[in-house]
Design a binder for this molecule. Sequence first.
Ligand code: ADP
Ligand code: MG
Length: 720
Amino acid sequence: MDQEQTPPVTMTTPVRFLPGVGAFRAEKYARLGLRTAQNVLFFFPRDYERPAPPKAVDKLREGEQASLIGTITDAELASRSPGKSVFGAIVENETGAVRILFFNQPYRADQIKFGQRVVISGAPKLSGLRMEFVHPQLTMLDEQDNYPEPKILAIYALTEGVKQNDLRHLVGNVLELLGSEIHEVMPERLRRDSADALRAAGIEIEGPLYDIQTAVRQLHQPDNEASLQAARIRLVFQELFVMQLALAMRRRKLTSDLQSPPLSPTSVIDSRILNRFPFELTNDQRQAIKEVSQDMACQFPMNRMLQGDVGSGKTVVAVYAMMLAVANGHQSVMMAPTEVLARQHYETLRKILADSRVRIGLLCGSISRAERAATIQAAASGEIDLLVGTQALLYGDIQFHKLGLCVIDEQHKFGVGQRVTLRSGGVDPHYLVMSATPIPRSMAMTLFGDVELSTLREKPPGRATVNTYLAHDGWKDRWWSFVRERLNEGRQAFVVAPRVVPTTKSEEEDSDDEEGEDISSVQTVFADLSKGVLSEFRIGLLHGRMSADEKMATMQEFASGEIDVLVSTTVIEVGIDVPNATVMTILGAERFGLAQLHQLRGRVSRGSHVGHVCVFSDGDQPPSENERLSLFEKTNDGFELAEADFELRGPGDLLGRKQSGMAPLRIADPRRDIEILRVARELAQTIIEEDPELDAEDFQDLKSQVMRRYGRRLNLGDVA
Ligand code: ADP
Ligand code: MG
């Protein structure tokens, strides 16, 4: 007789061929990313169900999950009509009695007999004077049985047509078949060392880390809280450790493979540069400059991020670095996310370097073809020392004569992964990226794992404060008369509104324009104010759909005081510096992110006058009921806001994790697991210092995991 041969289940067996699945279900599981048996094993629960401990009858609350242990004292099967039955029973213990009911399950009558001890659980409701459980979960107890320890049950992410119990069964089956075949990549000594290091960092854990088989099993079907915790730690640690090994390897590679020109500071150069600034540097600026100079003196590329709140004076540090390169006979390039900002940097540099021999070029969308060609030519021949520009720079294949430094301003606008690679003559320039959106520590260690950080916390002296107000009902008149008073005193004002309705697709580089419907377009606001409350003032309009020339002209008019009020989209978010502007009205504020609002606010704290920002929302909800806006009012510290933003929105959103080049984390959460992350990072670093290529015999499996996950992403060389 022919017997159908089922091939044995292995890690790569498609889900469709797993016991009890079939093509129809397999399709649904595929939507959860479950294609093979291995996928199922590593489909980690998103949460756990912890059955409530047994309760006394008089402590039961309607609708609240509870369990109860007791004895059946009455049971009756009644039929209401043909084919419709109801089975009812009473469960009693020393604290009282409840009723349980099962509809159309006549077999219950055979199962649940007088005198039987049971555990029931569910959410009761009150029926008459008695609590009633309809279709409770039911466990039979033997005469001697004590109450069984309530099991912690995994909760998985679901998709249409897949129930929690389907997944529990599927995972259970695969664990049964393959649980003991999961391959271990962390050798025993590593599991011991890691656990020691975790303990030293105050993390509670007993013995060495769980082996992979125990960890996976306990994560899906935990025996108790402690084993669940231990399983989580093992898997979180592994995930972060693999990432940190990759980052440590890349750091090493960068410092050994790539060659950069060493650009050393001498005291003569130092004082020559410092003399050009019209003010004393802050301590933080001095410290950052020291760190930057040390990096640039090395023959491998600097990879440093300078973070500092709006107005903390990052440009000074960048200018110093650029001049240091020039003093060493090398070129520097500076990139800005918008044309407005590029031009402003260009002007700043021209001012600082007036009457010096340093030659500066500008490259951006609006300059003429001929001018552009000439500038590119000059960069290649070395006639230009400093080149400022927008992303236009990134796309052209610009050759440099001798590039020593690349500064990228407002990095959060680019997306972290879009690392510019500019090379010149086989050497790599040093990189300095600047961001006004500070990076929370957990993120600095993951997304930016191989970047050094310098931070400006202190603001330059003489900075006026900014007052932030959330508009209440009926504030419009009051606020606008306040704005008019300031304008009459000679100050200037910003009015920020959400985006303009796109008319044509713009190829402009002001790509900070997001997609989306518009609510109160700047054009309408502009028209309303010009005719209404601000009719006696000169008002300008600025938005991303204007041509670069128009934008520049308007900015210039505002900077020179020819216009009093600038109605704008968030184009002004980055970098614009007009010290006389002291009042800002933000309309439709609920549509802006925290970091963005803070950037905007930075525009009115540039001078010596107190700044005022008032926030209105478009929706029905007053600004004070918006969590983000309330935070914005309460704190003026960009670092605090960034942490809060990170909490509210998650890291992906803040810096575009998709673009970051890092593999998505499946079980670790860098915020919650920051201590584990720190231990993983330190251990990875130590290991890579001793064994840069992970050549140790018992690390080979770990190494291939590092390469599989990060080899390509981080350019680590051969993907195993
Ligand atoms: P951001 O960090 O936001 O880019 P900027 O570099 O544009 O800040 O600096 C903001 C303003 O502060 C500029 O007008 C700059 O000239 C001024 N500034 C920078 N450093 C100092 C300092 N040490 N003392 C006084 N003013 C400073
Ligand atoms: Mg800046």
